[in-house]
Design a binder for this molecule. Structure first.
Ligand code: PMP
Length: 415
C-alpha cells in the first residue's frame, strides 16, 4: 500500500521554539532529547502567558468585571479546545488539574472509593509509570482491593494472550498507559477498552506520553477517563487534564474540598457544584490552563499524523544508528509498535556516567528508572538511558546522539 505522508517542515516548526536557538553557557546549542520528561515551549505559548498576565489577569470564575470575564472566557475556550482535541461529548467533561499525577490520584480516590470492595481487582500493566501505580496501591490498601499487572511479551508489548486470565468479573478498573515512557510501546487502546467494558470495568488511559503522538477519540474508543499533562504537550507546567464521562464525574467524589467546588455549605456538611467545578477547588492554574490552548492549536494546525510521521522517521533512524554500536542494548518493541522513545543500556557503562558523558556533547537525555521500577525489575536492570524525541528534533541530532555515544565508549575505554 502506498501511503502519502503529510508535509512536515521541521525547520519551520523548530523556529517556533526560542530555546532551541539559545546557546548554553558553553556557547553550544543543546540537543534536547528529554521530551518524555517535558517538552520545550513554542513562542505562542510563552506569548499567551505574558498576554494573560499583562492584559487581563484576575482570578477565575469569580469576577463580573472585565478582566474576570475575559479570564473565564479564555479558560472556557481552552476547555473547548481540549474537548475538541479528544472528541469528548461535552466541555463539562474536561477538568483542569495540576497534571497527570494529580488526575490519576483524583480518579483512584474519588471514583475508586465509591466502587471498590475487598477482593475487587484493579488491572494495570508492568510498564506503568509510578503515577499510574502508586495511587492505585493507596486506594487498594484503603479498600481491600487487589492490583494485578498484565505481563509483557519478550519484546515489550502487552501480552494480550494472557488478557482473559487477568481481566475478570472481579476487575473494576483497568488503567493503562497510552504509550510507555520507557519502551515507547503503544498498546491497542480500542481493544483494551472493549475488553474492559465487556467485564463491566472502567477503562482509564494515562495519556501523559501518548497525547502528543497518538490521536485519541474518546467517543470512538469508548474510554471512560483520559489524563494528561500540559507540559509534555508543548504547554505550560502546572496544568493537566482529567477527562471523564459526565456520568462518571457525577458519581465521583472530589478529592479536594474548598472554594468554587461547592453548591451549598452547611455547618455540618456541604453539597457539590456540578462537574467540572466540583473538581476544581480553590484557585486553579489559571494562566497555565489558558496558555495550553495555543499549544493545542499549534499541534492541530500541523496535525498529529504529520508529527507522528516525522517522529517515526527519527525513531527508525535512531534505532538503526544505535543498533550499530557494540554493547548497546535497546529495550522495547519494533518501531511499528511504539512511539519515538529509545531506552538503552551500554555494556560496561553506568547509565548515569553515560548520560553525563553525552551531556559533554550537548546531548540531553534522561537516566535512571524513569519512575518505572517494576518495568526495570522485569527487564533485569536497575537503570537505563532514555532518548525521547519531539517533532522539532532532526535527523542531524540523531546522528549527534550516536556520535556522542561512540565518543563516550572511547572515553570509558570500551572501544
Ligand atoms: N505517566 C506517564 C506515562 C509519564 O510519562 C509521566 C511523566 N513522566 C506521568 C504519568 C506523570 O506526569 P506528571 O509528572 O506531569 O504528573
Amino acid at each position: 500500500m502506498n501511503i502519502t505522508l503529510p508535509e512536515f517542515d521541521v525547520e519551520a516548526f523548530r523556529k517556533q521554539f526560542p530555546i532551541l536557538h539559545q546557546p548554553d553557557s558553553h556557547g553550544r546549542q543543546v540537543i534536547y532529547l528529554d521530551n518524555g520528561a517535558s517538552a520545550q515551549k513554542p513562542q505562542v505559548v510563552i506569548d499567551k502567558v505574558v498576554e494573560a498576565y499583562t492584559k487581563y489577569y484576575a482570578n477565575a470564575y469569580r469576577g463580573v468585571y472585565e478582566f474576570g470575564q475575559r479570564i473565564d472566557d479564555e479558560l472556557e475556550l481552552t476547555r473547548e479546545a481540549v474537548r475538541s482535541l479528544i472528541n469528548a461529548e461535552r466541555k463539562e467533561e474536561i477538568v483542569f488539574t495540576p497534571g497527570t499525577t494529580a488526575s490519576l490520584n483524583m480518579i483512584a480516590q474519588g471514583y475508586g472509593r465509591t466502587v471498590l470492595k475487598p477482593g475487587d481487582e484493579i488491572l494495570l500493566t508492568l510498564m506503568e509509570h509510578h503515577a499510574n501505580i502508586v495511587p492505585w496501591q493507596i486506594i487498594a490498601e484503603q479498600t481491600g482491593a487487589v492490583i494485578r499487572y498484565l505481563p509483557l511479551t519478550e519484546d515489550g508489548r502487552l501480552d494480550l494472550e494472557q488478557l482473559s486470565d487477568y481481566l475478570t468479573e472481579k476487575t473494576k478498573f483497568v488503567s493503562v498507559t497510552g504509550m510507555s515512557n520507557v519502551l515507547g510501546t503503544i498498546p491497542n487502546i480500542q481493544l483494551l477498552a472493549s475488553a474492559a467494558h465487556a467485564v463491566g470495568a472502567i477503562f482509564i488511559v494515562d495519556a501523559a506520553q501518548s497525547m502528543l503522538h497518538e490521536a485519541i477519540d474518546v467517543l470512538e474508543t469508548g474510554v471512560d477517563f483520559i489524563v494528561f499533562s500540559g507540559h509534555k504537550f508543548y504547554g505550560p507546567t502546572g496544568v493537566g487534564v482529567l477527562y471523564g464521562r459526565y456520568q462518571h464525574l457525577e458519581q465521583m467524589s472530589p478529592l479536594l474540598g474548598g472554594g468554587h467546588m461547592i453548591d451549598r455549605v452547611f455547618e455540618d456538611h456541604s453539597t457539590w457544584a456540578d462537574p467540572p467545578a466540583k473538581f476544581e477547588a480553590g484557585t486553579i492554574p489559571i494562566v497555565q490552563a489558558i496558555a495550553l490552548r495555543p499549544a493545542i492549536e499549534l499541534v492541530r494546525e500541523i496535525g498529529l499524523e504529520a508529527i507522528r510521521a516525522h517522529e517515526q522517521s527519527l525513531l527508525v533512524h535512531a534505532m538503526d544508528a544505535l543498533r550499530e554500536i557494540p554493547g548497546l542494548k535497546i529495550y522495547g518493541p519494533a518501531p511499528e509498535h511504539k512511539g519515538a522513545i529509545v531506552s538503552f543500556t551500554l555494556e560496561g557503562a553506568h547509565p548515569q556516567d553515560l548520560a553525563f558523558l553525552l551531556n559533554r556533547h550537548g546531548v540531553c537525555v534522561r537516566h535512571g528508572h524513569h519512575c518505572t521500577m517494576l518495568l526495570h525489575d522485569h527487564l533485569g536492570i536497575s537503570a537505563s538511558v532514555r532518548a525521547s524525541f519531539a517533532a522539532y528534533n532532526t535527523h542531524e541530532e540523531v546522528d549527534k546522539l550516536a556520535e556522542a555515544i561512540q565518543a563516550a565508549r572511547k572515553r570509558l575505554r570500551l572501544a
